[in-house]
Design a protein around this ligand. Structure first.
Ligand SMILES: [Zn+2]
Length: 371
């Protein structure tokens, strides 16, 4: 009770707390002003508004419509203006800067190289431009007093047929900025097992991957991602709740799949605001994150698409603190969970936890003493 009031973070503390994001889309996090600039520079004429503020609201409203398919449509515009090396580099640099300014110390940001070839770039040019942008953003953040490391995840689109090629690309760049692989896109009708050869290739190469599963679609998608494809983490995975029964007296019973996910400590990349927007969940209070945290699943908190959801890591935590009375202790728990689940080497993860995250929270927790 006492630590609850002392350690309940203020909005300012939430922003300054070290945070880790594992599920953030590069094409879902552009600054509205940058979309406008890039559209003008590249002769892209399909934007619904030429004014940055109006465009920002348009993105959020379109994404608020309640359907995953409609939500995905908004990406036509962001991807549309990300077709040159300069554009990709700028967007990646600003992404690193924005995350760092929000207190994120480690980020894995994903994008689908195959969606950035319309201007004639090769897959390699896309990856190198984004990597250069992340490095530039890390440098600029440092000049402004923020420390951040950003790793890229290369995504293959689940409705397309280039996943093996993209997995090979991720593997080629694994020692230069790319930390893993992912598949994304509408779940219904496109099970992860369509891309088995990509996952088998990565497993043979001892490489890491996550799979978008259990967002809109449910348990079969999660089961395939883990047991057929061998995913290291679940992108969303929120529908694992369908395999958990809570009786009227509060007793909880896990089904076989939910038990497996918890036993094996499989990380869930939960994205609360995004789930609300796509209609997967009705309200923050109804979001399964509350129960999954209580049951000690390996839960992480993520943004998914900052532009479409009008969110940041700080805002996600503000909602959770408000809804579930979380303190700095829970924030630290989610953050350590995420860092443990990152795809960078073990020694670097441990150092990030021991030398950055824990001291950061300890210092925030001590602030009440000196008020
Ligand atoms: Zn996603």
């Amino acid at each position: 009770m006492k630590s609850q009031t002392i350690h309940t973070p203020t909005a300012d503390q939430i922003r300054r707390a070290p945070k880790v994001v594992l599920h953030d889309h590069l094409d879902g996090g552009l600054r509205p002003g940058t979309v406008v600039d890039l559209a003008r520079e590249n002769g892209y004429r399909a934007l619904p508004h030429g004014d940055a503020d109006k465009l920002g609201s348009w993105f959020r409203e379109a994404a608020d419509s309640g359907s995953l398919e409609r939500y995905l449509e908004t990406f036509a515009h962001t991807v549309g203006v990300m077709q040159t090396e300069d554009a990709l580099r700028r967007v990646a640099a600003e992404c690193a800067e924005d995350l760092a300014a929000d207190g994120v110390v480690y980020a894995e940001v994903r994008y689908a190289p195959e969606q950035h070839l319309e201007g004639g770039l090769t897959l390699e040019q896309v990856v190198e431009a984004v990597n250069a942008g992340f490095r530039e953003g890390e440098r600029r953040a440092k000049e402004n007093g923020h420390r951040i490391r950003v790793g890229a995840l290369l995504t293959a689109m689940r409705h397309a047929a280039r996943s093996l090629e993209i997995a090979e690309l991720a593997n080629r760049y694994r020692d230069s900025g790319v930390v893993g692989f992912d598949i994304a896109g509408a779940e219904a009708g496109y099970p992860p097992t369509r891309h088995l050869d990509a996952f088998e290739f990565l497993k043979r190469e001892n490489n890491h991957f996550t799979i978008h599963a259990g967002e809109a679609f449910g348990l079969p998608s999660i089961w395939q991602a883990i047991q057929w494809c061998g995913a290291d983490r679940l992108g969303h995975g929120v529908r694992i709740i369908d395999d958990i029964e809570v009786a009227d007296d509060g007793t909880v019973k896990l089904g076989r799949l939910a038990a497996y996910v918890r036993d094996k400590r499989i990380p869930l990349e939960l994205c609360p605001t995004s789930n609300l927007q796509t209609g997967a969940v009705g309200s923050y209070a109804d979001h399964p994150i509350g129960l999954l945290r209580k049951l000690h699943f390996r839960v992480t908190v993520n943004t998914d698409n900052r532009l479409m959801s009008g969110t940041t890591m700080s805002r996600e935590f503000e909602h959770l603190v408000e809804t579930f009375d979380y303190t700095l202790d829970e924030m630290q728990w989610f953050t350590v969970n995420a860092m443990k689940s990152a795809f960078i080497p073990f020694d670097e993860r441990v150092a990030m936890i021991d030398d950055v995250i824990k001291p950061g929270y300890a210092s925030l927790k001590a602030e009440w003493l000196f008020r």
